[in-house]
Write a protein that binds this ligand. Structure first.
Ligand SMILES: Cc1ncc(COP(=O)(O)O)c(C=O)c1O
Length: 407
């Protein structure tokens, strides 16, 4: 396994060019394999066109290629139909589009949205924004918070106790960006059964880390960013199930919709035409296709096993650091199932200072509030996040430097 991992690491030019860097910030963004970088350069060098806008073959070839990648994404996340896959600018864009579409077209006065206030701001703020927009129109929706457990996952008991006849949407993070735990989203679907409640999933930290199957999860929507799974930045995915597509009309307009200003009241027939109005990030979509190819070649199960082993090793090594306090997550549960994310703080040293010292030693970690708006206890931590190119040696180096710092 170790040789295989070194072989995988050698496929990332970043590490060849920075042999001394220990990159432990993959939850922020992953490094890119050569196949992805080459595909990006190749597109702009040889194939650049505007897909489907012109009749020459370069444009129509690109349009066909984009549809093939849509089908690849469909297979990769277990969607039923390729038309359920919409390309966006990233998870934040996807999550805003879900909140806005549902807010403007589906929600009614007194409807309730269940959410976890400790989730990523990109998941929480769009809903608070929509709540305000609706309030200005005299429609009041209630944002109902639910708790999370010390394991770092959704507190299902609390969540289930808050479901009422007015609940319309449950916002569920699949793997938390600080606590790194799997929230077993499928249990939510099992609990609500056929009730008309939308399960809106943020899978930014799970896709590309563990197998993700939208049908098994029972997700009605699922959002993620390409750049956290080896693709380029500025490309994301929004899955909207066929079931949900029946209830919300496609709302976004622009070039490529087939709508003219004269007949602007005409309904747009296709979800992909609507959510992908205007020129798309074709280069980004191509990198996403290559990233999926890369992940499937390595094997998603192998990636998960590697992350679980590294998490276990990391927690065991960090335990010996004087004054360490772990945030929720793998420390509290079976870190043998870990997802590669562990957050902590060390007594008497601010995370910012610690991050600065680590960076000076070539160890790159995330510090600060990690885009969470509340949760005072762990608002400010060091987050270590790993991926397929990380090794136990990286963790040994981290432990070594931390031990020297705390004395
Ligand atoms: C759980 C979670 N949701 C949403 C996002 C937003 O992703 P992006 O900045 O790529 O849009 C992130 C990014 O850190 C995340 O970790």
């Amino acid at each position: 396994m170790y040789r295989v991992m070194l072989d995988i690491k050698s496929q990332f030019p970043f590490f060849t060019n920075h042999p001394d860097v220990v990159y432990l910030d993959s939850a922020a963004t992953t490094q890119k394999p050569k196949v992805v970088i080459d595909a990006l350069a190749d597109f702009y060098t040889n194939d650049n066109a505007n897909a489907g806008r012109s009749s020459y073959s370069l444009a129509s070839k690109l349009a066909t290629q984009i549809e093939h990648i849509r089908a690849d994404v469909q297979r990769f996340i277990g969607a039923h139909d390729a038309q359920e896959i919409l390309f966006t600018a990233g998870a934040t864009d996807s999550l805003n589009k879900v909140a806005y579409s549902l807010g403007m077209n589906y929600l009614q006065d007194n409807d309730e949205i269940l959410y976890c206030p400790y989730d990523h701001k990109s998941f929480v703020l769009p809903w608070l924004n929509v709540q305000k927009l609706l309030k200005d129109k005299g429609i009041h929706i209630r944002m109902v918070p639910f708790e999370m457990t010390k394991m770092g996952s959704i507190d299902r008991e609390d969540l289930f106790s808050k479901i009422t006849a007015k609940t319309k949407v449950i916002n569920a993070t699949h793997i938390h960006n600080i606590y790194g735990a799997d929230s077993d989203i499928n249990q939510i679907k099992k609990h609500i059964g056929d009730k008309d409640i939308i399960i809106n999933v943020d899978a930014s930290q799970s896709v590309g880390h563990i197998p993700v199957n939208v049908q098994e999860l029972g997700a009605d929507t699922l959002s993620f960013s390409g750049h956290k799974m080896f693709a380029g930045q500025g490309i994301g995915v929004l899955y909207i199930s066929q079931r949900l597509q029946q209830f919300i009309p496609p709302v976004f307009v622009g070039g490529g919709n087939g709508i003219t200003i004269k007949d602007r009241n005409k309904e747009i027939s296709s979800f992909t035409q609507s959510y992908e109005a205007g020129t798309q990030n074709y280069a980004g979509i191509i990198t996403l296709g290559k990233a999926i190819e890369f992940i499937e070649k390595v094997g998603i199960e192998k990636i998960h096993t590697h992350l679980a082993e590294l998490t276990q090793y990391l927690v065991s090594k960090l335990r010996s650091i004087k004054g360490i306090e772990f945030a929720y997550g793998p420390y509290y549960w079976r870190c043998s199932d870990g997802m590669g994310i562990v957050s902590f703080k060390i007594d008497k040293i601010s995370p910012e200072e610690l991050g600065f010292i680590l960076a000076e030693k070539g160890i790159l970690v995330r510090t600060g509030d990690h885009c969470i708006s509340t949760h005072d206890e762990f608002n400010d931590t060091i987050r270590v996040s790993m991926h397929i190119y990380n090794t136990k040696e990286d963790i040994d180096k981290l432990q070594d430097v931390l031990e020297k710092i705390v004395g």
